[in-house]
Ligand binder design. Structure first.
Ligand SMILES: CC(C)(COP(=O)(O)OP(=O)(O)OC[C@H]1O[C@@H](n2cnc3c(N)ncnc32)[C@H](O)[C@@H]1OP(=O)(O)O)[C@@H](O)C(=O)NCCC(=O)NCCS
Length: 338
């Protein structure tokens, strides 16, 4: 039940836990061998440069909201909550079903979450962790009890399938978490978030907004597809995730030795290796699934969190660290005591 502003101010902040996770990937698998038939590339090049072997591609008519809702249902089932109990739905996405209504409103309709307020959050691949932080603020200050946070993207809809520099990297999927206050648990200890708009054009989609509206000429020039400076993006990813993880650990008063598991953004195995090196954390502590799904944007860290949770990679009381990076630039890291 929502509290009045007066009630909020009279109560101390409270800690917020992830009480359920869920994920969904489409059935269709697109392998590196199949990509060899689309563009001038090879399985050997893709695997050695990125670690990606295959990715999932949404079916025709399968939208971001459909994937998001499937992931949400699994998270709700694990959390043991009904759709009516959800106070707020936040979807981190850069591939919304429609510019408006928000994808969160589409998800609300599919789930029947009639008591929820809904909005999307645009932070590219960092969207899920940014949304976790927004959700935790609302719960900590007693505005809401139960928040559904989703990272979902259908990047196959904005990839230029003729550009070998980008089309081999991305896939479709969704991950979700239910956040609530849970007495006696520790939950989300801290989140560090940052952005640098000066690097906006190293990873972006120029068209489709009011600056470059959808016109026939703009579409002919493929301005409605994702553009990337790969080398600069690689460099910024390592720097920014390294700095976000270090700042989050400092804020939490912890060191890397305290961590049981690290769940990084799933963009490129070489980025994860460089991050592990920089933070001096053994690679075995990182949960990696990009070999199977590629980079699913806002969904990536959320799918990895759900997988690691269901595989039992950490137990109650363990410290885990989530760290992400995306277009914007945006980057963030959360320390969570499970
Ligand atoms: C894209 C990326 C894999 C390229 O790897 P790289 O080692 O930096 O490769 P380079 O940029 O040096 O390119 C080497 C060559 O491979 C070519 N190449 C690019 N994609 C290719 C592909 N799919 N298959 C074969 N060759 C390819 C390039 O055209 C270039 O050729 P050239 O030297 O003749 O111009 C890497 O830069 C990367 O992962 N960047 C980060 C991308 C990312 O994570 N984006 C999302 C962040 S949220």
């Amino acid at each position: 039940m929502k509290k009045s502003p007066r009630a909020r101010h009279s109560q101390p902040n409270r800690t917020v836990s992830i009480v359920g996770t869920g994920s969904y990937v489409p059935e269709k698998i697109l392998t590196n061998a199949e990509l060899e038939r689309l563009v001038e590339t090879s399985d050997e090049w893709i695997t050695s440069r990125t670690g990606i072997r295959e990715r999932r591609i949404a079916a025709p008519g399968e939208h971001t909201s459909h994937m998001a809702a499937r992931a949400a249902e699994r998270a709700m089932e694990q959390a043991g909550i009904t759709a009516e109990q959800i106070d707020l739905i936040i979807v981190g996405t850069v591939t919304p079903d429609t510019a408006f209504p928000s994808t969160a409103c589409h998800v609300q309709r599919i789930l029947g979450a009639k008591n929820a307020a809904c909005f999307d959050l645009s932070a590219a691949c960092s969207g899920f962790l940014y949304a976790v932080e927004v959700a935790q603020q609302f719960i900590a200050n007693h505005t809401y009890e139960t928040v559904l946070v989703i990272g979902a993207d259908k990047l196959s809809s904005i990839v230029d399938w003729g550009d070998r520099n980008t089309c081999v990297l991305f896939g479709d999927g969704a991950g979700a978490a239910i956040l609530r206050y849970r007495a006696g648990s520790h939950g989300v200890i801290t989140t560090f978030m940052a952005s640098d708009g000066n690097f906006g054009d190293i990873l972006h989609m120029p068209g489709g907004g009011c600056a470059i509206p959808i016109t026939k000429d703009n579409v002919d020039e493929k301005l409605n597809t994702l553009k990337m400076n790969g080398r600069e993006t690689f460099k910024q990813a390592v720097l920014s995730m390294g700095s976000a993880a270090t700042k989050a650990l400092e804020q939490a008063g912890l060191t890397t030795d305290d961590l049981t598991c690290i769940i990084p953004h799933q963009a490129n195995m070489r980025i994860i290796e460089a991050l592990a090196d920089r933070l001096e954390i053994p690679l075995e502590k990182f949960h990696v699934n990009l070999d199977r799904y590629g980079n699913t944007s806002a969904a990536a860290v959320a799918i990895a969190l759900d997988e690691a949770n269901r595989e039992g990679r950490f137990k109650v009381g363990d410290y885990i660290l989530l760290v992400v990076f995306g277009g914007g630039l945006t980057y963030a890291s959360s320390v969570i005591q499970w």
